[in-house]
Design a protein. Structure first.
Length: 255
C-alpha cells in the first residue's frame, strides 16, 4: 500500500482505495481459505503513511468494507478499523459497491465522515469510487477524477519466464465531451481533456486485475471506465511508488 497524497492549499489528503476490510470472511466462507485477518496490518500501514506524509485527513475511495450483502461477521472489525485510524487522523469515506450499511457502521465514530456515493469535488479533483455516475456539474468542473473500484495490476515477466503481478496505478487521458455524452446523453459545458487516475486495491491480499484486461472488463461491467474513450497510448501504467512501466499500448505489444 502506497496511496496518493493530494496537496491542496490548506490540506494534505492521503487517498487510498479498496481497503476491503473483512475480505478474509469471504475467503473462508466461499473459498475455504483460512487467511488471518489483515486489519491490523491495514491500520498500521494507513497510520504509517499518514504520519510519513503529515496529512490532514485520510480519504478512502470506496469499498471500505468487503462483506456483502450484510456484514454479519465483519461489522465490528470494520468499526474497529475506522475508530482506530480516526483517533489519529480524520477520515472521509466515499461509499463503494461493497459498502452496504457503511453509514450505520460508522455512526458515532468521532472523526469519520461518510460522503455521498456520487463522490466529492475537492478543488479541481473529483474523488469517487467509480461504480456510479458522478454528478454532471462535478465532472464539468474537475480537471482530474481519482477513483478505485477496478483494482489495476501489472504482470512483469523476465527473460526466463518468471512472472509477478503487482498492484498498479493508471493515468488515463480521455475526451470529456465523449465521456459526458456517454454518461448523460449530452456534452458537458466544459470541453477540456479529462484526466482519470485509478488507484489499486489497498488490501494486502488483493493484487488486482491485469491492466491489459481492464478495457474489455470495463465495457462489460458497472464502472465509470465504461464511458471513456479507450486509446491505449493514452493510458499510462505505474507501480504504486510511481515507477513508470509504460503505456497500455506498450504492454499489449509485449504480451
Amino acid at each position: 500500500m502506497h496511496g496518493l497524497v493530494l496537496s491542496l492549499r490548506r490540506e494534505r489528503l492521503l487517498l487510498l482505495a479498496d481497503t476491503h476490510v473483512g475480505y478474509e470472511v469471504e475467503l473462508r466462507r466461499v473459498k475455504g481459505v483460512n487467511a488471518m485477518s489483515q486489519t491490523r496490518k491495514l491500520v498500521e500501514r494507513v497510520l504509517e503513511l499518514a504520519d510519513l506524509h503529515n496529512v490532514t485527513a485520510v480519504v478512502i475511495l470506496g469499498d471500505v468494507k468487503h462483506e456483502l450483502p450484510v456484514p454479519r461477521e465483519s461489522a465490528e472489525e470494520v468499526r474497529a478499523f475506522l475508530s482506530t485510524v480516526a483517533k489519529k487522523v480524520p477520515m472521509l469515506l466515499i461509499p463503494g459497491n461493497h459498502d452496504s450499511l457503511l453509514q450505520e457502521i460508522a455512526s458515532g465514530i468521532d472523526g469519520v465522515e461518510v460522503a455521498p456515493t456520487r463522490g466529492v469535488l475537492v478543488d479541481r479533483f473529483l474523488l469517487i469510487h467509480g461504480h456510479v455516475k458522478p454528478a454532471k456539474q462535478d465532472l464539468e468542473k474537475a480537471d482530474v477524477v481519482i477513483m478505485g473500484h477496478t483494482h489495476p495490476a501489472v504482470v512483469i515477466r523476465d527473460d526466463i519466464g518468471y512472472a509477478v503481478k503487482e498492484p498498479a496505478v493508471l493515468k488515463i487521458r480521455t475526451s470529456r465531451t465523449k465521456m459526458c455524452r456517454a454518461l448523460y446523453g449530452e456534452p458537458c459545458k466544459r470541453r477540456a481533456q479529462l484526466k482519470i487516475v485509478v488507484l489499486p486495491a489497498s488490501h494486502p491480499l488483493i493484487t488486482g486485475v491485469d491492466v491489459r484486461e481492464i478495457p474489455q472488463m470495463a465495457s462489460e461491467g458497472r464502472t465509470l471506465l465504461k464511458y471513456i474513450e479507450w486509446k491505449t497510448e493514452n493510458v499510462e501504467v505505474y507501480l504504486p511508488d510511481m515507477t513508470f512501466i509504460g503505456t497500455l499500448a506498450d504492454l499489449q505489444e509485449v504480451a
